[in-house]
Ligand binder design. Structure first.
Ligand code: GLV
Ligand code: MN
Ligand code: MN
Length: 405
């Protein structure tokens, strides 16, 4: 099967034909269809499959003579609301395609090799990004995870039970981690640096520290046509001031701050709302800058809320410290690619990844594939077929290097 055929076999799953975006949220019908696709694809390749305690999927290339710690590749299959086709799935599909390529060449790994798909990487349903890899590494406790809720109030525990998985087994999996010698995630680039450099494939240097903060402004619902301005307790005003402050603070700090999700309650066009719930996504080149910027945004939110007689509840929902990918592993990747004539530029990124979470426990690295539009978390995300093929070739070279004799 060609890469294109394999890629096309996953494309229809979870596609919203009206928007052209993907809605593959953890443990929903679309996600379960992605999981079925994973099992079927692995089975067709005679790879041994398993779901781990945390709902992450593994497909093992078992070779009797393979010994030592495993070389694992993979990414995630879930999406943000109306996400693109590539963010996540490209890494999983490329993992299977790289196994095909290596087998066609007659390569026999001397270490176990696996393709993995991590659960709820985007946090699109339960709010905590990289949930599957965080549970695996112990970066989030099973108790806290089980109680995470989606928008309508379903807990992760309920959603997993509904999907036939046992949430009672959630938790850090040290034995599994101890068996991994290296993890390499291939991912579409979420910007246009590779395009600017004229390169199809790059290597990740590290990930900016980043996190999500939940802000809830509570005021008083009232009539839009009869309530004097001076009598209002309108939560929309401090919310708006906070959004503007975030933009200014980010620009001043050389960082990024985004309000991409907001819920106004109860949501009548002719009423002052009672509450505004919103999420700040903040990222910066280093921790000091991130703390300074978020501190500034929080101060403004508090002052603006007080000025309007509005209550503010603010809490950090997730955080990922700065990641520097294993320098020795990175160097090995670069050498393996250079030996095959591929000069892969080294790039930092502001995007979060399971590889960044796993990096705390196992040597981890990432390959990026050129994104022709430079756009991500959007249906406009795009990698050319030739660049996807180049990604598979690069990943196969890396797996050969790491799992070779
Ligand atoms: C995941 O794509 C993230 O960076 O939030
Ligand atoms: Mn993403
Ligand atoms: Mn991703």
């Amino acid at each position: 099967m060609t890469f294109a055929e394999l890629w096309d076999s996953l494309l229809p799953v979870g596609l919203d034909t009206a928007t052209g975006g993907y809605r593959r949220y953890a443990y929903t019908e679309a996600d379960l269809a992605c999981r079925d696709w994973f099992y079927k694809t692995a089975l067709e390749r005679r790879l041994r499959t398993e779901a781990d305690r945390n709902g992450n999927l593994w497909a093992w290339w078992d070779v009797a003579s393979a010994t030592g710690t495993a070389v694992v590749t993979g990414s995630h299959l879930d999406s943000v609301p109306d996400g693109g086709a590539y963010d996540g799935p490209l890494g999983v599909v490329s993992g299977f395609a790289a196994v095909d390529l290596l087998r066609d060449r007659g390569f026999v790994p001397s270490r176990p090799v696996a393709v993995a798909a991590f659960s709820e990487e985007e946090g699109g349903r339960f709010g905590l990004a990289c949930l599957g890899s965080r549970l695996l590494t112990g970066a989030v406790t099973p108790e806290a995870a089980r109680e995470l809720r989606d928008g309508p109030g379903t807990t992760l525990a309920e959603a997993m039970t509904g999907a036939g998985l046992d949430p009672g087994r959630l938790g850090a999996d040290d034995d599994r981690l101890g068996g991994i010698g290296a993890f390499v995630e291939l991912h579409i680039e979420q910007g246009s640096a590779l395009d600017g450099l004229g390169a199809a494939v790059g290597i990740a240097e590290g990930i900016w520290p980043h996190g999500r903060w939940r802000l809830e402004f509570t005021g008083r619902a009232d009539h839009a046509g009869t309530t004097r301005l001076a009598d209002r307790r309108d939560p929309m005003l401090p919310y708006a001031a906070t959004v503007l402050e975030a933009r200014q603070a980010a620009a001043a700090c050389g960082a990024l701050a985004t309000f991409g999700k907001v819920v106004a309650e109860p949501g009548g066009a002719n009423a002052i709302c009672s509450a505004v719930r919103t999420w700040l996504d903040a990222r910066a080149p280093d921790q000091v800058v991130l703390d300074r910027m978020v501190g500034q945004i929080e101060d403004t939110a508090r002052r603006a809320a007080e000025a309007q007689g509005v209550e503010l509840r603010l809490r950090r929902e997730s955080f990922t410290p700065p990641v520097e990918f294993d320098p020795a592993l990175r160097e090995r990747l670069a050498r393996a690619l250079a030996a095959r004539g591929t000069a892969a530029p080294v790039l930092p990124t502001g995007a979060g990844h399971d590889a960044g979470v796993l990096a705390a426990r196992v040597p981890a690295a990432m390959l990026f594939v050129r994104n022709r539009t430079g756009v991500s978390h959007s249906p406009a995300e795009h990698a050319d077929a030739a660049d996807c093929e180049a990604g598979v070739t690069a990943l196969a070279a890396v797996l050969e290097e790491l799992a070779g004799a």
